[in-house]
Write a protein that binds this ligand. Structure first.
Ligand code: TYD
Length: 132
């Protein structure tokens, strides 16, 4: 699978760093920003794919694993650097787990929330991959 990591430009300073996300950092127009926090370490998030949504996941704090599948191959990516984001393209199954204590996952998305865009059953995801 082709894993795409996006480097967030940063201003390094002995007083602390600043990472800046302007529209050109992200390969889509930003329509929504949300974040996962207070995630119990034993908990899993995701467990779905999207038909059209593109997302950039950034571990603002702590770390977590992202399992990705394109219906043929699987890959696990550990996110633990706040200046490195994982781009998730449409038609990609994802599961997030192994959250460290205090982990925060920022999600930058190409669309507002639309339940119709979700594929929540893995069997339906495989059907969708085979149709497209
Ligand atoms: P979901 O995307 O399934 O969570 P995750 O992939 O992180 O496990 O969303 C969980 C619930 O929150 C679901 O009922 C839809 C709702 N939700 C919104 O209303 N707006 C949003 O922008 C998001 C991301 C979720």
């Amino acid at each position: 699978m082709n894993i795409e990591i996006i480097e967030i430009p940063k201003i390094e300073d002995y007083r602390g760093n600043i990472a800046v996300i302007e529209n050109e950092v992200v390969p889509f127009e930003i329509k929504r920003v949300y974040y996962l926090f207070d995630v119990p370490s034993s908990s899993y998030r995701g467990g779905h794919a999207h038909k059209t949504l593109i997302q950039l996941l950034i571990p603002l704090s702590g770390s977590f694993d992202v399992m990705l599948s394109d219906g043929k191959e699987k890959q696990v990516v550990t996110l633990n650097k706040p200046d490195k984001g994982l781009l998730i393209k449409p038609t990609t199954w994802r599961e997030l787990g192994n959250f460290s204590s205090g982990a925060v996952c920022l999600v930058i998305a190409s669309e507002v929330y639309q339940e119709e865009d979700y594929i929540r059953e893995f069997d339906q995801f495989i059907e969708h991959v085979n149709q497209s």
